[in-house]
Design a protein around this ligand. Structure first.
Ligand SMILES: C[S@@+](CC[C@H](N)C(=O)[O-])C[C@H]1O[C@@H](n2cnc3c(N)ncnc32)[C@H](O)[C@@H]1O
Length: 318
């Protein structure tokens, strides 16, 4: 499709802001990252994994994560606002604006797959942006999630929008690590927001993303990341570990799920390591100039000092 090539070109040309992450640039850390990555072949599934700070049998993670999201589903949107003081809305707006779905008008018709789409926050923004900014009325978003309760919340919410009646939204219950019902090379834009840290086998999910995307298609991830200022990090950790489980307990009656959420955020790879994993899956990383010799920085965009980060990858055009 013509626009996928244009989308890829646009991402390649507009390099992402260079980010700094002092924590992850030390030679010691980069050695330890590459050692960790080389211990296991990329296609070999992990035997153990993390569930927050616990190390558990990898086979158990899906059900443990499932229990968390089943428990938080009905309070998820309210809790997001409380926990982030509403800032998640700004991050999501920025994420969607940067992807500019539905452009360039009038040749729209993007096939967008929003993985771990939950209650539909990203899907809704995608369609709003495509419609209002690009006058695109034909792009389609599939909201996919492993958890039926989260999807049920999304269905309730999105069914009230004009997009559902117009056939521009659909839902898919699926594990991001096995998207066998999604044909290869059928998707223009794959998005995942605050979901991928919960996956058991992230390299497998990245390979699936690569498979379903058309050549020139874009992988885009918005996820919590590593704060790049130690003072700010100390304040942020105090807030997240002190307040979030407490808010979870008071508002949602569920401290443990929110304790897991903050621990899983802390466990997620650094910006630099995550960029390497996306590259290992075969994606070209806009803004990462490996050829300049350093290979250290670039290729992601930090939000609010690195509390969250946006990573993008383009499936190469053959
Ligand atoms: C924190 S919510 C994010 C929801 C939404 N993307 C947002 O930004 O508001 C994480 C979602 O990831 C989903 N999830 C966890 N593991 C998954 C997997 N293996 N495959 C697909 N979705 C998964 C959960 O069910 C949950 O809905």
């Amino acid at each position: 499709m013509a626009f996928t090539t244009r989308a890829a070109k646009r991402l390649r040309l507009s390099s992402l802001p260079t980010s700094s992450c002092p924590r992850c640039t030390s030679p010691v850390q980069s050695r330890s990252i590459s050692t960790t990555l080389s211990l296991r072949s990329p296609s070999e599934p992990p035997k153990t994994t993390h569930f927050g700070y616990e190390t558990i049998d990898a086979a158990l993670k899906q059900s443990r994560v499932g229990a968390v999201f089943s428990s938080v589903a009905s309070s998820y949107d309210t809790m997001n606002d409380l926990m982030s003081l509403g800032i998640h809305r700004l991050w999501k707006d920025s994420f969607v604006r940067g992807l500019n779905p539905g452009s360039p008008p009038p040749h729209d018709n993007w096939a967008i797959l929003d993985i771990a789409g939950g209650t539909g926050d990203i899907a809704l923004r995608m369609l709003d942006h495509a419609t209002t900014v690009n006058s695109d009325r034909s792009s389609h978003v599939t909201v996919s999630d492993i958890n039926p309760q989260m999807l049920a919340e999304g269905r309730k919410r999105l069914a009230q929008t004009p997009y559902h009646a117009a056939g521009r939204l659909s839902f898919l219950e699926a594990n991001a690590e096995d998207l066998h019902t999604v044909p290869s090379e059928s998707i223009d834009l794959y998005t995942v927001a605050f979901g991928i840290r919960n996956f058991t086998d992230k390299p497998k999910a990245l390979r699936e993303a690569f498979r379903v995307l058309k050549p020139g298609g874009v992988f885009a991830c918005l996820e919590f990341s590593k704060v790049n200022n130690s003072l700010f990090d100390a304040v942020y950790k105090r807030w997240s570990f002190g307040a979030i489980p407490l808010i979870g307990q008071v508002v949602a009656g569920d401290r443990d799920s929110y304790q897991y959420l903050v621990e899983s955020i802390d466990r997620f790879p650094s910006q630099r390591e995550w960029r390497g994993m996306i590259s290992d899956a075969g994606f070209e990383i806009p803004g990462w100039k490996k050829e300049d010799g350093s290979g250290a920085e670039g290729g992601w965009e930090d939000l609010t000092g690195g509390i969250a980060a946006i990573h993008k990858g383009v499936k190469p055009v053959r």
